[in-house]
Design a protein around this ligand. Structure first.
Ligand SMILES: C[S@@+](CC[C@H](N)C(=O)[O-])C[C@H]1O[C@@H](n2cnc3c(N)ncnc32)[C@H](O)[C@@H]1O
Length: 241
């Protein structure tokens, strides 16, 4: 299922995105990609438990970054693999996983065409990658195909409701270079917006049923208390019948 390097006009655009995320991983930029304390882990475990099947299930975290969601699902006892296109992000993820008792396995993999066999996993999860998919319709079709019947999609989208103070001027400039107009034109129009609605018709067209959107106030409350940040957290849940 992996995409040949020369096959797609999107490769150059994806390479720019990868450069940005590798830089962020290499330079350990601040900005909330790591689980910061035990309380944050507990809040996320409680929230995700409601949508996950009984453990142990086969779960993947696409665009895992530094392994946030993968580590939460592994802490709940699932067999987890985390994929990302940025090697530097995966290196951070492996560092975080080094001290946990049920570590996820991390590997390079494109969320649009994940390296998964058809009907092979119970859960496709992801956090904060819907907005950066260059071909979201193709991604949703591939996610549907990779799920076993009865499998679940859990796609999270978190938005800071005011300008982030964590981002440095260099990070901002690099972000703007990666997410230039020709990239943005291909993305779902949800970046920094408190909505996932543009994704929903594509998710239904891919074959998913029971498509629903929930607001996650427990995580919003944690982040407000932890760092006085006003965020909106949404999750799309859907199922393969
Ligand atoms: C905003 S970060 C989110 C990271 C992580 N999911 C989290 O919630 O902390 C976006 C991540 O998506 C990755 N990414 C971007 N496009 C991707 C693609 N097509 N396939 C896999 N990963 C991708 C980036 O490398 C980056 O790690």
């Amino acid at each position: 299922m992996s995409r040949p390097a020369t096959d797609s006009p999107l490769d150059d655009l994806q390479a720019r995105i990868n450069t940005f995320w590798n830089w962020r991983g290499d330079t350990r930029q601040p900005g909330g990609l790591a689980i910061r304390n035990q309380q944050e882990l507990q809040v996320w475990m409680e929230v995700l438990r409601a949508w996950l099947p009984a453990a142990p299930a086969d779960a993947v975290d696409l665009g895992t970054g530094q392994g946030f969601l993968a580590l939460v699902m592994a802490a709940l006892g699932h067999r987890v693999r985390g994929f990302d296109v940025a090697q530097a992000q995966l290196e951070r993820a492996r560092e975080f996983a080094a001290n946990v008792s049920n570590p996820p396995v991390f590997a390079i993999g494109d969320a649009i065409e994940p390296p998964l066999e058809p009907s092979s996993v119970d859960v496709i999860a992801n956090r904060n990658i819907l907005w950066t998919l260059l071909d979201p319709a193709r991604a949703f079709r591939n996610w549907f195909a990779a799920l076993r019947p009865g499998g679940r999609l859990i796609a999270l989208h978190g938005i800071t409701n005011a300008n982030s103070t964590a981002i440095t001027p260099e990070a901002k400039a690099r972000d703007e270079a990666a997410y230039a107009e020709e990239v943005k034109a291909r993305l779902l129009p949800i970046r920094r917006l408190p909505t996932v609605d543009p994704a929903l018709p594509l998710i239904r067209e891919a074959g998913f049923g029971d498509v629903a959107v929930h607001r996650i106030q427990a995580i919003e409350s944690f982040e407000k208390a932890f760092e006085n940040r006003d965020k909106t957290w949404l999750v799309i849940t859907a199922a393969r019948a």
